[in-house]
Ligand binder design. Structure first.
Ligand code: SF4
Ligand code: SF4
Length: 91
């Protein structure tokens, strides 16, 4: 029987994670670089304030690389992350 690996589901509470570019703790600790961060708005010739809530957005860029180690959950100072296994695991 062949087993398929089903990556965990990663949820981000954006009410809690408001300044991800200033924080970056989950990005730095993740051993497989699952997360990415991008600007939500850009003003030409102006540097975006990384401390302004909502100016950057954390996203799950490579969910399939997640091993479910939970390091990001443990390190997040805002308790903004949830990592859980899908209820149905394919076999
Ligand atoms: S560690 Fe938490 S607060 Fe910091 S960027 Fe990641 S999810 Fe956001
Ligand atoms: S659970 Fe581990 S592998 Fe998955 S996103 Fe968090 S730190 Fe990365």
């Amino acid at each position: 029987m062949t087993q398929c690996y089903v990556a965990p589901i990663i949820e981000i509470d954006r009410e809690r994670c408001t300044t991800p570019f200033a924080c970056k703790k989950c990005l730095q600790i993740c051993p497989t670089a699952v997360f990415g961060v991008r600007e939500t708005r850009q003003v030409r010739l102006e540097e975006t304030d990384k401390f302004a809530p909502g100016s950057f957005r954390l996203r799950v860029a490579y969910r399939d690389k997640c091993s479910g180690c939970n390091r990001c959950v443990d390190v997040c100072p805002e308790s903004a992350l949830t990592v859980r296994m899908p209820e149905e695991v394919l076999e």
